[in-house]
Design a protein around this ligand. Structure first.
Ligand SMILES: [Zn+2]
Length: 300
């Protein structure tokens, strides 16, 4: 299988759209949580994406992450896609593409529409000649890490803007601000399902839901039924990782070998990843489709 080509991801997301499920994308920070989400996918025979945010790329380097990601994709038994999440610059996207990422996200959603379109276009031009998949974003995903302040419905992506962006850029998928946030929610997240429905009717490329952590399972499933094809999960992976590691260090003491702590923490992260894979994929029609592709669930 040509795992380096964004076409694999295009097909995965198209299958998801037709099958009524979503491909989960997990953020990793290092090898341990990366292995956790990949092992979860292998044990459930499910396609996933594993992604690094700029903070991770800057701390480790696109060269090392690209090389490791490529090896992981190569040795995986079912399709997994390495992805750059939330790049704020065209340069970082290019660095990732040059180092073997088959998929990148350029997030210029905090800029005006013209600038957003121009930046996506730049990335698409470079990416598509190399077979790489590009995700863009429109509207705002709430949360303290990226965009912090809003007035009223400011965060909501407008359908006509989204349509124009997709048509002018040739972007492969689109993250849409419909009320979800990065990080944990203070109250219950208010997803604008009406806007999602309108988007799905107007936009032909796969739609992406960011800020999966903390959205009630029923709301995630409803969003998928209404046409979300990819769901991003970051905070819950990092939180589980730190919680488990802290608890295990307290239990075992600092003299323990790192591996004894981390292999156990990895199992905790795996449980979270598996739960998300099931939320995203094991719903009604999706199950039938997955069976057709000989993708089965090892556990119930
Ligand atoms: Zn995000």
């Amino acid at each position: 299988m040509d795992i380096y080509n964004g076409n694999i991801l295009r097909k995965l997301l198209k299958d998801a759209d037709q099958g009524g499920y979503a491909v989960p994308m997990f953020n990793y920070t290092d090898l341990w949580d990366q292995m956790a989400v990949i092992e979860a996918a292998m044990e459930l025979h499910a396609p996933i994406m594993f992604a690094s945010i700029p903070k991770t790329v800057n701390a480790i380097s696109p060269e090392v992450l690209g090389a490791v990601g490529t090896v992981q994709m190569k040795k995986a038994a079912s399709p997994i896609i390495h992805h750059l999440d939330h790049a704020k610059s065209v340069e970082l996207c290019i660095a990732a593409i040059d180092n073997g990422y088959p998929s990148v996200m350029i997030d210029a959603s905090d800029k005006n529409l013209e600038t957003n379109i121009a930046m996506i276009k730049n990335v698409v031009e470079y990416a598509h000649t190399r077979g790489v998949f590009v995700e863009g974003e429109i509207g705002r995903i709430k949360g303290r890490d990226y965009e912090a302040t809003y007035d009223g419905d400011d965060f909501l992506a407008r359908v006509d803007d989204a349509l124009r962006l997709v048509q002018e850029t040739g972007v492969d998928s689109l993250a849409i601000g419909i009320g979800t946030a990065h990080g944990f929610y203070d109250g219950k997240p208010e997803i604008n399902f009406k806007r999602l429905k309108e988007m799905k009717e107007a936009i032909t490329v796969p739609l992406v839901l960011h800020g999966g952590t903390g959205i009630p399972e029923e709301d995630v499933k409803k969003a998928i039924r209404l046409g979300i094809n990819k769901v991003n999960i970051g905070t819950q992976i990092r939180y589980t990782y730190m919680q488990s590691a802290c608890r295990l260090i307290q239990e075992k003491g600092p003299v323990t070998h790192t591996i004894d702590i981390m292999t156990e923490a990895k199992e905790e992260i795996k449980k979270v990843a598996k739960a998300w894979i099931r939320i995203c994929m094991a719903d009604g029609k999706a199950e039938a489709d997955l069976k057709g592709q000989e993708i089965q669930y090892a556990e119930s």
